[in-house]
Design a protein around this ligand. Sequence first.
Ligand code: SF4
Length: 323
Amino acid sequence: MTPALQSYDHVIVALSGGKDSVAALLTIMECGVPPERIELWHHDVDGKGTGFMDWPSTAPYVRALAEELSLPCYFSWRDGGIMREMLRDGTPTAPVSFETPEGLMHKGGHGPVGTRLRFPQVSGNLAVRWCSASAKIDVAALALRGQERFFGKKTLFITGERAEESPGRARYPVFEAHRTDLRNNPRKPRLVDHWRPVHQWTETQVWKCLQRHALTPALPYFLGFSRLSCQFCIFMSADQAATLRLISPARFDKFARYETEFGCTIKRSMPLHALADRGRPFAATVAQPELVSRALSSQWAGSIREANWILPAGAFCGGVDPV
Ligand code: SF4
């Protein structure tokens, strides 16, 4: 179903920079949502701190995309990102910071003390696979709850999950009230709907959408990565691990050292180095050292529109989450 898009005052697109969130954005633009009602929200999983989990080129890619489409883009993050949450030792979860039209705001940070000292685990249980909730879902919710401008208004929150990606995502509703919805609050109502416009789409439809708009996909796709997850996503395959060890050896070692320190590996079955030993670096990565440098750069230096659009090497290469 397509909701009555013209009825919303605000249309927020959670833009990770991955192909599915970009396709979701392009879809609502094709549906004629007035651009002045659209805003892009990007959750920086490294919390604007030291590069740890994410591709350095993701944030500048998102900013370049927003600029190309002339849309406002607000970043938000858990202070210190996934690394600070991972190293939590008898402290509360860090506050959230978020950009708004009125400037930077901060919320949270007063929760119960707790200790993690381990990586998010590869599981369908968000309590142990805490990265998505801590660095993305809860960040968005705090940013929505923390802004007066959403009270008394109708807001549509858009994300790019697709059923094809995993059995867990297949169970998500296409349309529902968002977790921050307060439409029935008699004192201070806030209507927030959540729509997943590409939930039923195939990967072919997603790539065709980007091609239709001649929009360059994020660079890791051209290196052979099938998804624009965190660079060091806990769901990494053996081939991805081998590729990451080749192109980011220092960060790879840092992850391996934390596994030893925590006495708990990311994958239950084996440590990271053993996983990388089982894989082979992507041929597209090995063959394109200049593109590797661009993907690992925090400066965007390319075009966002590409007249000679080509399907990246990572297209149709699997990368489906097991949960
Ligand atoms: S992309 Fe992977 S590591 Fe990053 S938040 Fe999602 S599940 Fe966690």
